[in-house]
Design a protein around this ligand. Sequence first.
Ligand code: EPZ
Length: 456
Amino acid sequence: MTPAAPDAPATAWAVEPSGPLRGEVRVAGSKNAITKHMVAAVMGSSPSTIHNVPDVGDVGITTEVLQSLGVGVDLDGDTITITPGDEIVPEVPLRYSGLNRIPILLLGPLLHLHQEAFVPVVGGDRIGARPVDFHVDALRAFGAEVTETEDGVRAKVAGRLVGTQITLPYPSVGATETVLLTAALAEGRTVLNNAATEPEIIELALFLQRMGARIELSPGRKFVIDGVEKLHGATTRLEGDRLEAFSYLVAGLVTGGQVRVGGCAQERMVTAISTLQRMGAELDINDDWISANAPDGLRAIAIHTDTHPGFMTDWQSPLFVLMTQAEGMSVLHETVFEDRIRYPAMVVQAMGGEIELFETCLGGPACRFHDSNAVHSAVVRGVSELRGAHVEIPDLRAGFSGVIAAAVATGSSVIEGVHHLERGYNKPLETLQSLGLRVARTASDPATATSTRPGA
Ligand code: EPZ
């Protein structure tokens, strides 16, 4: 999928009350794995092939970024082939500034290929400050000279990057990926402590191993990587997207229906499943699919988001909507991104959801935002009657919340900003229609929408 042309007319989605959503969704590979595999493949001496690629905007953005560097990228159905170029340009053009978070991951690979690199300021959902200091500190530990400018990050190295000992201040997904990608071709051994171990990270490590990297995952969030001289191309099939899987299970539950999700293994969904069970949902699980319904209704829950294997932060937004349809007062404590909770909250509030936000740590142990004034806990009253609204969605996951809130609301809704959804969900409009949602594209008119951006 290529990003929409800048002059393409903006569209919104019109959503009508549709009753219970039912049916089956087969999720493709995950957005947060494919783009990282594409970066890893740049370091191979021969082409790599990746199957089960999702049709999401982030793949189109990353394709263009890699092509601008001289890397060949060919998408054929759900298979992508990356052919590393002979003449790599080590500068990501400024026009890719702020589009997604992938360019920062290219620094290590580009330094290996070219001894110098520039990447523009990275983007992604605005869910917190999202600094890149862990990435920069890690690259410096490998021996790179790194300069941060207003436009982006420039790095160079005299000779080869050298393996090192790194302990991340927090198990960051992106910084762990930067270390794995950089250590694979560095000289000598790298030991990474306090690493993220999300399933998408393990997938990346396995792919690098297939490319010839020497990577070991030790107990206690520790990776040991012995750098090799050369990596070769590899072939892999991506595992199913656990965020999409959860989103569609919740879409069924919120509307009193039942969605069966295939393509995402149970082991990637353990905490999501146990959370839905605690809310009273009945789960039917086999080797091919997971299905959830709640014939006796849903009950309130207190939960905090966490790094893997905890309840992941990306699952938080759809859960908000589910909490409005559960009997009693639910508590949600976001501990990964300090500014993430306000976005889905504002979307759901705009539709009549009763949500109160707090700076304190509620519903779980005190987190690292305890002494800040970050609004990162919420109390949600259920059952709230949601009503249709004209809203502008602020980001990807909060956007999905807006759509499923509209599905259960009384009255019509118009959802603006759906490009966020198309960046991260695989054919979301068609998939929701197949489940029975009465949704259609309509002309965009953001000026009359309720903005759900805090402070807006
Ligand atoms: C990845 O973001 C995902 N994005 C996010 O998915 C996901 O929510 C997140 O990991 C957590 O699972 C992609 O993979 C493209 P982090 P990332 O580095 O890598 C702080 C979605 O909806 N931090 O683990 O950016 C940071 O501010 C998206 O698909 C630093 O302080 O997340 C945050 O508080 C949204 N300095 C925490 O660490 C750094 O240099 C975790 O961030 C890096 C991170």
